[in-house]
Design a protein. Structure first.
Ligand code: SAH
Length: 465
């Protein structure tokens, strides 16, 4: 039985507590009701966004007085707030009746109302802000945990250095130039991809017109070359999405198309853009697979169409992943391939056991083998002496089915029947399971269990816990 590559839709959006939108307030009227420091902060934010701000406060705090002095667009008033023509109304009010009355008045005036500390009565809330304007990031927990939102904001702050603002501003300023540059749609996308990559390297300095011209020249050169598309083989890691590398994450986030195996967890695919095309090419030891030639041909075709293709493979792409066939196909077609390593199953297995695969005295060698030959049987051309070597640790991929025969042959080849041996299923995932035994008794122990997820054997004297 053969499978065809099947394209998988990105799911529709899961329920959202609130809809993040970014309001353009330049020249619009915003009303703030209240005289406290919190009211001053809201007025300041609105003014920073370009709004004309009218603050209604009978007893304005010092901060508000200073704000009105420093910012021409903030005016202080006393008495009944006039809400006509307001886009937004902020209220910082203690009493419920006042809050409710302001809400009614705002609704009547057709304005959205945000009441500080009263998410239940509000149309919107502000969230925590990371300001690299024109790059602006808002973090909201739906008012559930502002402290949590602040912590998330803090993390994002560290990810996006302050220098990013200048590059974001340049992106905005250069956009018309790039549009008029004669680069076609795909090339312009390529330009912005290059721009982003470049910006992360050059954050410490201001972007210049020379940067812009150099990027455009690079883009043109690439467009005139054989193809501007490329393929990256990315290791998805053993299952825990946190074991994806930062580089793999970045590649996924920039991919137009992702070809993935059955082994790749959905939680890793979630890092891709929503619009990215996802294609399951379901390769897996025993189950029906898409033909390898077909996968390679698809990779070449997509890259030649100018797409940014990520070939996502479980674990590390260079370990029992038939990467060579895909790399050869790409090179033959004159296309570049980049490789992003991943955490291979054997390493997740060692982590699961909490035992080192190497030991200064007893295991100076680690060997990765597959116990699954082309026809699914145990390979007969193993170096049995090496496998039975008591001073080496052996990781056996796809070894679940042939375990009884493998164990028997190892013992026949001189391995100690008491050598510690483990089957580790779904290493690094919440369903991780370890069956512990020895070369002599592991087959029997495993036979009594249903092993459905990917499983690996680790064998070696040094693995004795
Ligand atoms: N390139 C992958 C291996 C692909 S071969 C890597 O580097 O890990 C597929 C085999 O890998 C499975 O049959 C199983 O033996 C092993 N494997 C992959 N993920 C695993 C996991 N989470 N737990 C245990 N074994 C795993």
């Amino acid at each position: 039985m053969r499978r065809k590559p099947d394209e998988v839709d990105a799911d529709f959006m899961q329920p959202l507590e609130s809809l993040p939108i970014f309001l353009s307030l330049a020249g619009r009227r915003v009303v703030v009701v209240g005289g406290s420091e919190a009211a001053a902060w809201k007025a300041d934010l609105a003014a920073a966004s370009g709004a004309r701000v009218d603050v209604y406060a009978d007893a304005p705090c010092a901060k508000l007085l200073e704000l009105a002095r420093r910012r021409g667009e903030v005016a202080l008033h006393a008495g009944e707030p006039a809400l006509a023509g307001a886009a937004l109304v902020f209220g910082v009010l203690e009493k419920d009746e006042e809050a409710l009355a302001l809400r009614e008045a705002a609704r009547a005036a057709g304005a959205l109302i945000g009441l500080v500390d009263r998410p239940d009565l509000s149309d919107f809330s502000m969230g925590a802000i990371v300001n690299r304007s024109p790059l602006v990031i808002g973090v909201s927990t739906g008012g559930a945990a502002p402290v949590f939102a602040q912590a998330v904001r803090g993390r994002i702050e560290t990810l996006i250095p302050a220098g990013f603002a200048a590059w974001a501003a340049a992106a905005k300023a250069w956009r018309p130039w790039v549009k008029a540059s004669g680069l076609d749609f795909l090339a312009r996308r390529d330009f912005w991809r290059r721009f982003t990559r470049y910006a992360f390297f050059a954050l410490e300095r201001e972007p210049t017109a020379e940067d812009r011209d150099a990027l455009a020249a690079e883009t043109r050169a690439a467009a005139e070359g054989a193809s501007s598309g490329r393929v990256v083989l990315v290791g998805a890691g053993p299952g825990d999405p946190e074991l994806l590398t930062l580089k793999g994450l970045r590649m996924l986030a920039g991919a137009d198309v992702i070809l993935f195996d059955d082994l790749v967890p959905a939680s890793v695919l979630d890092f891709a853009r929503r619009e990215a095309q996802r294609i399951n090419v379901g390769k897996r030891g025993y189950a029906p697979s898409v033909d390898q030639g077909e996968i390679s041909a698809l990779l070449v075709k997509l890259a030649q169409e100018g797409k940014n293709v990520v070939r996502l493979k479980g674990g590390d792409p260079m370990i029992f992943g038939r990467a060579n066939e895909e790399i050869a196909a790409m090179r033959e077609a004159g296309l570049d391939v980049e490789i992003v390593p991943g955490v291979t199953a054997a390493l997740a297995g060692a982590a699961a056991l909490g035992v080192s695969l190497t030991n200064r005295e007893t295991a100076r060698r680690v060997q990765f083998v597959t116990a699954h030959s082309k026809d699914g049987a145990l390979p007969q051309d193993f170096d049995w002496a090496a496998l039975a070597d008591s001073r080496a640790t052996t990781a056996v991929y796809m070894g679940n089915r042939t375990l009884p025969e493998l164990a028997r042959k190892l013992i026949e080849s001189g391995a100690d029947p008491a050598t510690p041996a483990f089957l580790i299923e779904r290493a690094s995932t919440p369903d991780e399971r370890i069956v512990a035994g020895t070369l002599a008794d592991l087959p029997e122990k495993v036979a009594g269990q249903e092993v459905e997820g990917p499983a690996l054997l680790l064998i070696g004297a040094s693995l004795r816990p």
